[in-house]
Design a protein around this ligand. Structure first.
Ligand code: PEP
Length: 254
């Protein structure tokens, strides 16, 4: 297995408050060491608090979205420069809930990834099919439609065979549903994504790019998922809100 360091990323979604955030972070910090990369994605208003709690810690943090625009008349949006002021180093883009409820197209997602990388922030680009798309045998086509604009627009940032970009495969039918893709089902899509990167960008980029799995990952199923060849960690929703569960998933990634 190629030596890609695993990344366990917690997506808090629209959850938390000052007290809960502090308890959560202090609760899992003891589990963090150099063997596994860990990051958390909080709502925008908590970036300052989370940044302070994580000062000097080996945990990255960021927001769950970012604007593709630099500044200006975009009411409600938050720019890369603003995130940088808080010490953000990673950002989620194209989460299925953004695509679904905020009509984010794959082109917009690609523009957000470009904005993030340009500003020195690593985008975690989320892709994944719905149940209807899977049942119609369209997984590869859907993933390609979501991935290709990102690859095309972000290829210019590749230097010496690496880019600051992480992919998260999150089958929509597995997000928040308690239904996890089997390790084999997930591996199949991860291998397909890596093959596509290989075809479009070459072996060096394909082999160095981390591809996370997301969708009802829990301490009890994380080890067998993370053991698969092309699965380089997880994007965790529900289980990232419990410090015990999140700790258990970090342990499973070692
Ligand atoms: C997510 O929101 O990215 C996610 C994977 O959620 P959950 O773990 O709750 O399925």
């Amino acid at each position: 297995k190629m030596a890609r360091k695993k990344l366990v990323a917690g997506n808090w979604k629209m959850n938390g408050n000052f007290d809960a955030n502090e308890g959560l972070i202090l609760g899992f910090l003891a589990e963090v060491d150099e063997q596994v990369d860990v990051s958390v994605f909080c709502p925008f208003p908590y970036l300052a608090q989370v940044g302070k709690l994580l000062e000097g810690q080996q945990v990255a943090f960021g927001s769950q979205d970012v604007s593709a625009k630099a500044s200006g008349a975009y009411t409600g949006e938050v720019s890369v420069d603003m995130l940088n002021e808080f010490g953000v180093t990673q950002v989620l883009v194209g989460h299925s809930e953004r695509r679904q409820y905020h009509a984010e197209s794959s082109v917009t997602v690609a523009e957000k990834a470009v904005a993030a990388i340009s500003g020195g922030i690593t985008p975690i680009v989320c892709v994944g099919e719905t149940l209807a798309e899977r049942e119609a045998g369209r997984v590869e086509e859907v993933i390609a439609d979501q991935l290709d604009p990102v690859v095309e627009q972000c290829a210019k940032f590749i230097e010496n065979g690496v880019w600051n970009l992480v992919i998260a495969y999150e089958p929509v039918w597995a997000i928040g549903t308690g239904v996890t893709a089997s390790p084999e089902q997930a591996q199949e899509v991860h291998a397909m994504i890596r093959a596509r990167l290989n075809a479009m960008l070459g072996a060096e980029v394909a082999q160095s790019t981390r591809i996370l799995y997301g969708g009802s990952v829990k301490p009890g199923n994380a080890s067998e998922i993370f053991a698969k060849e092309d699965i380089d960690g997880g994007l965790i929703g529900g289980a990232a809100l419990s410090s015990d569960d999140f700790s258990g998933i970090i342990r499973a990634a070692r």
